[in-house]
Ligand binder design. Structure first.
Ligand code: 5GP
Ligand code: ZN
Length: 114
């Protein structure tokens, strides 16, 4: 997707602080962090959002959650805890149309979310 910010990060056309990558997943620090640790985990493949995933894409969710576990250990928040968020569509507050999970940690998270 030529006009997708996250595809540009995958292609190396926009710089990002990459913290983890493998064959299917890329993870980098959020530009506007909402917690001491705020990392975005994305599939390299462009998929708009969770609700537009096709059956064949579903194994990517396992890869993405595997990355969450690895990165949480790497960032030292595995024991203290963290939150994983996927905003989907307008009511979900999604602003970038390339599927991503937010990994947030390093402070106490509140509930309910805003
Ligand atoms: P959403 O609101 O779609 O769930 O989250 C998009 C996230 O992407 C936001 O937290 C925003 O700060 C982050 N973001 C937007 N553009 C960039 C960028 O160019 N680089 C990085 N590292 N993060 C970005
Ligand atoms: Zn994209």
């Amino acid at each position: 997707m030529d006009d997708c910010i996250f595809c540009k990060i995958v292609a190396g056309k926009i710089s990002a602080q990459i913290v983890h990558q493998d064959k299917s997943v890329l993870a980098f620090r959020d530009l506007n962090p909402q917690a001491p640790v705020h990392i975005l985990i994305i599939p390299r493949k462009h998929i708009d959002q969770i609700s537009s995933m096709e059956e064949a894409d579903l194994p990517l969710l396992g890869d993405i959650y595997g990355a969450v576990k690895t990165i949480a250990l790497q960032e030292g928040i595995s024991e203290t805890g963290f939150r994983v968020v996927a905003n989907n569509g307008p009511d979900g507050g999604q602003t970038v149309g390339h599927l991503h999970l937010h990994l947030l940690g390093g402070r106490l998270m509140h509930w309910p979310p805003g």
